[in-house]
Design a binder for this molecule. Structure first.
Ligand SMILES: NC(=O)c1ccc[n+]([C@@H]2O[C@H](COP(=O)([O-])OP(=O)(O)OC[C@H]3O[C@@H](n4cnc5c(N)ncnc54)[C@H](OP(=O)(O)O)[C@@H]3O)[C@@H](O)[C@H]2O)c1
Length: 310
């Protein structure tokens, strides 16, 4: 990517998009264009076409999506499928039509079958049934991957896809109903500390294993792939290390400084038992994460406190 190239970050106010923005600024990319969802509804094909025709971006980071935790994914099933299909179809088609040099589509680890062998290798895509609670979102993300592949096959577009593991960090969403596991736990432990509660109740058994990547590491990987990766097959982004929800909760409890106990509510769903990315492909290209979990959680808790004090 040339420093003067026109770069469009779709979803620049989101957690991932804003981390990509920070990384682009840090690397002196001066010609970055953005639109909020109020300025440009990416579900609207005509608006997206008009925008691409006028702006003609050279590079596109597709980090706009309707995103949420287990509950939101399960309740708003139609919206998660419809919005995400429209956003990715409109952008990918316009990028082809207006000759974008390269596009990076961001998916998620939920694209893999629920019972796929671990760690998850890229070739396990479409080898089994998905986790039902987030199936609509996963189907939309799989479609995004297939769109990138199909536009490469039919039109020779250099569209690549990357599948990040669970992310956390600056700009996360702390909404009590539709947040992901780390921001949800940070809020609950913080509130319990402030209210001097004697325990925090956590959904599920605590046994599922999950992998987490600090969002600035993800942004770093996105720029790396935009510079160096030109293959049809999508690529995983993660740390390659997982932790039980129970151990994660203990770590967050320590970072937040909550002194009560943790109670697991096993009557609530656990979701997929284990989700660990095989990151050997990315590692073979020379990329590795740099922010360890405890360091990342400590930074995240500081961002959370700043956020709630506003
Ligand atoms: N967060 C994670 O743990 C995680 C993990 C793996 C993969 N990912 C992937 O990373 C990508 C971004 O996730 P995120 O966590 O950054 O999500 P986020 O914080 O919710 O941000 C999503 C962004 O998408 C934009 N957007 C949504 N609907 C739009 C629409 N109709 N028109 C225009 N813009 C729209 C929003 O724009 P406005 O702010 O302007 O409304 C927002 O900035 C997604 O593809 C997701 O699958 C995320």
């Amino acid at each position: 990517m040339e420093k003067s190239a026109k770069v469009f970050v779709a979803g620049h106010r989101g957690m991932v998009g804003s981390a990509i923005m920070r990384k682009l600024t840090e690397n002196n990319f001066l010609n970055v264009i953005t639109r909020t969802s109020e300025q440009l509804d990416l579900r609207n094909q005509q608006e997206v076409d008009t925008f691409f025709k006028a702006e003609n971006p050279d590079y596109v980071f597709l980090a706009a999506a309707k995103v949420g935790g287990i509950l939101a994914n399960n309740v708003y099933r139609a919206e998660f499928l419809y919005d995400n299909l429209l956003i990715e179809s409109n952008i990918i088609h316009a990028a082809y039509k207006y000759k974008t040099k390269k596009l990076l589509f961001l998916g998620s680890s939920c694209i893999y079958p629920k019972m796929a062998p671990q760690p998850l290798k890229e070739e396990y895509l479409l080898t089994g049934l998905l986790e039902p609670t987030n199936e609509p979102y996963a189907i939309a993300k799989i479609t995004g991957i297939k769109l990138c592949e199909a536009y490469r096959d039919q039109y020779g577009c250099n569209f690549i896809s990357a599948m990040p593991t669970n992310l956390y960090g600056q700009g996360d969403n702390y909404h009590p109903e539709n947040s992901h596991v780390i921001p949800g736990l940070i809020r609950r432990f913080h509130d319990a500390k402030m209210n001097r509660n004697d325990h925090v109740a956590i959904w599920g058994s605590g046994s599922p294993l999950r992998e987490f990547l600090y969002v600035d590491d993800l942004a770093n990987a996105c720029l790396f792939l935009m510079e160096k990766y030109n293959e049809k097959l999508f690529i995983n982004i993660g740390t390659g290390i997982d932790i039980t929800i129970k151990d994660l909760a203990e770590l967050i409890k320590e970072v937040v400084g909550f002194e009560g106990s943790i109670v697991f509510d096993a009557s609530k769903p656990d979701g997929t038992p284990r989700k660990l990315m095989d990151v050997s492909k990315l590692a073979a290209m020379g990329w590795q994460y740099s922010i360890f979990l405890k360091e990342g959680l400590t930074k995240t808790y500081e961002f959370f406190k700043d956020e709630i004090s506003k």
